[in-house]
Each structure stands twice: as structure tokens, then as C-alpha cells.
Design a protein around this ligand. Sequence first.
Ligand code: ADP
Length: 161
Amino acid sequence: MKRAIYPGSFDPVTFGHLDIIRRAATTFDGLVIGVARNAAKEPLFSLDERLAMLNQCVLDVPTIEVVEIEGLLVDFCRKINCRTIIRGLRAISDFEYEFQMALMNRRLAPDLETVFLTPQEAHTFLSSRLVKEVAHFGGDVSSFVPPHVIDALKKKYRNHR
Ligand code: ADP
């Protein structure tokens, strides 16, 4: 069975992520969505909140599993016996960082392969960071994230104010 892992912060999950998840899930037999704790990025949502929001998105897809990534991604891949890393490429601006990371991971673990998937055009400008900025100022994010994520954003920013 060919499984892939889609790692990220998902702070929070957007329709862009879900587009990549859908493409990966139809390309591979199984998909692991790996959520990084990512203390360096000071996430808005806790790890448990991000896991729960993602889980709610993929409830009806039995071939998808949502887990926390512990430690280095390449070590985690070995631990769960997965050799394909999925990343999303939105625009040229993603390229340099993603390219560096793919090559670093290849240096660390030559047996792993990074596969890049591109979302539909309508999602290419979408990022978790922008969604948070819009939501923070009370803007409408309903075309960027699912309803349960809108609720979570509203709650977060209400408590923050
Ligand atoms: P990270 O902190 O690892 O970059 P993100 O959650 O921001 O985590 O992104 C995870 C992956 O999903 C990255 O490869 C990123 O480029 C990709 N991604 C994020 N938003 C989108 C989008 N709108 N369309 C396609 N890919 C995306």
C-alpha cells in the first residue's frame, strides 16, 4: 500500500490545504496528515485544536489519518514507514523555501521523495496567515475555510480582544 504524509502547521486548515489533501488522497492509497507543533511560528491554535479541526474535515474519509508529527519529519516518516512527503505549491514565492526543504530532507533521508501538488487557481493566493489577518479584523472568511473553522476563529479573536 502506497502511503504519503502531508506535513504542515495547519494554523488553521484552509480550503487550499483541503484541495491538496483531496488530490493526495485520490493519488495515494493512504494519507497521513502530519501536524507540526511549530512553536517557532507561535501558532494561534493549539496543537489539539488544529488536530480537531482537521479531523472534522476528513471524518468521512477512512484512508486519511491525522496525527501529530513528533521530532524531525524524516525520522517520523521512517517511524511510520512512509516514504512520500506531500507539499503544496501555490506560487513562485513558495518555491525557494519548499525547494530548500525538499533538498534538505533528501540529504537527511535519500530514500524519501517529496511530491509537490498544486491547488486549483482559486486557492493559490490563500494562506493561513492571511485568513487569520482577515478574521482578526472581522472580515468574511467563508470562502477560505470551512464553517467549523470560522467558528473557531471567531471564538479565538473574541477571547483575544
Ligand atoms: P508550514 O508551516 O509547514 O508551511 P502550512 O500549514 O502553512 O505549514 O502549509 C503546509 C503545506 O501546505 C505547505 O507545503 C504549503 O505550501 C501548503 N499550502 C498552504 N496553503 C496552501 C494553499 N492555499 N494551496 C496549496 N498549498 C498550500
